[in-house]
Design a protein around this ligand. Structure first.
Ligand SMILES: NC(=O)C1=CN([C@@H]2O[C@H](COP(=O)(O)OP(=O)(O)OC[C@H]3O[C@@H](n4cnc5c(N)ncnc54)[C@H](OP(=O)(O)O)[C@@H]3O)[C@@H](O)[C@H]2O)C=CC1
Ligand SMILES: O=C(O)[C@@H]1CCC=N1
Length: 270
């Protein structure tokens, strides 16, 4: 499996998760432009690295594209000759680039899967949405799904637009929780707790809430009520979130997130 842009944040998290889950490191090649960064990445994960994309993809059955969306067109044009005849499975992790663009850039008939993972893949707790384009075989779908499941859970969407919804929930979602944690840590510190203690309690609480929600038979609304004693402390805090518009703000942020993905697609210059 060849990861183009493999030492970056997202591909690096997937590779780290794959290797951590027992996938043979010697079967992974990560490419990039910065040789120093690649050498450090190779030392950390034991994978092969290369600064030559075209040489790296020669003979590969599966390519994972993980450069920034703005760089994707140039990358595909660089790779087009190497993939147009052999037609390996191409899995792209990029937000905001529709399949039709890859078909223009790589040539028609290349089987492409859009995958939208998230950075918790690094610790095996990723969530990946998948959408398969035309001509992707069942065996190739299985390969994409196995990659995603090696680093967390995988979910297929039936429509390409569903990927933008996945971005709004899980692709970008870790940052929402990090923002919330950061705000809690800052507030606790401001109130007099040491930053280290605030961090420890906040992170353990986030982990505990997620674990409890996953193990529980009741939904998150009920779990929230279970913490709230009538006229107690939690009720006061939740009232503050609700009167301050947190539910509407979350919905707006997710709407804006998905809308940005659609806007990025419109910004492409063919
Ligand atoms: N970060 C996230 O949480 C998520 C990101 N994504 C998607 O993943 C993709 C990558 O994002 P992210 O990992 O955050 O970005 P990064 O900038 O961290 O990673 C991109 C990597 O690509 C390398 N790169 C750039 N140009 C080339 C090139 N021509 N050939 C080879 N390597 C190249 C860069 O390294 P160097 O400059 O050293 O070459 C860099 O390491 C994006 O398309 C994004 O939409 C999807 C889901 C979640
Ligand atoms: O912010 C971004 O554009 C990427 C896609 C999903 C998460 N990070």
């Amino acid at each position: 499996m060849v990861f183009i842009g493999g030492a970056g944040n997202m591909a690096g998290a997937v590779i780290g998760g794959l290797v951590g889950s027992g996938y043979p490191a010697e079967r992974i090649v990560a490419t990039g432009r910065n040789k120093q960064k690649l050498a450090e990445f190779a030392a950390r994960h034991g994978v092969e690295v290369s600064a030559d994309n075209v040489a790296a993809v020669a003979g590969a059955d599966v390519l994972v594209l993980s450069v920034k969306p703005q760089m994707m067109k140039a990358l595909c044009q660089e790779l087009a000759e190497a993939v147009s005849d052999r037609k390996p499975l191409v899995i792209t992790l990029a937000a905001g680039i529709p399949l039709a663009a890859y078909q223009r850039w790589l040539g028609r008939g290349v089987p492409i899967v859009r995958a939208m993972p998230n950075t918790p893949a690094l610790v095996g707790a990723g969530a990946t949405g998948l959408f398969a384009g035309e001509g992707v075989s069942a065996a190739q779908k299985h390969i994409a799904e196995q990659m995603a499941e090696a680093v967390g859970i995988a979910l297929w969407v039936d429509e390409e637009a569903g990927i933008d919804q996945v971005i709004a929930v899980s692709g970008s979602g870790p940052a929402y929780y990090f923002q919330f944690m950061e705000s809690m840590i800052d507030a606790a510190e401001k109130a007099g707790m040491s930053r280290a203690d605030a961090e420890r309690l906040t992170l353990q609480t986030a982990l505990g809430a997620a674990k409890l929600a996953m193990a529980s038979e009741v939904d998150v609304a009920q779990l929230k009520r279970n913490v709230m004693s009538p006229n107690g402390t939690t009720e006061r805090a939740i009232q503050c979130f609700q009167s301050g518009g947190l539910p509407e703000l979350v919905a707006q942020a997710m709407h804006d997130c998905a809308a940005r993905a659609a806007e990025m697609a419109r910004e492409l210059d063919n």
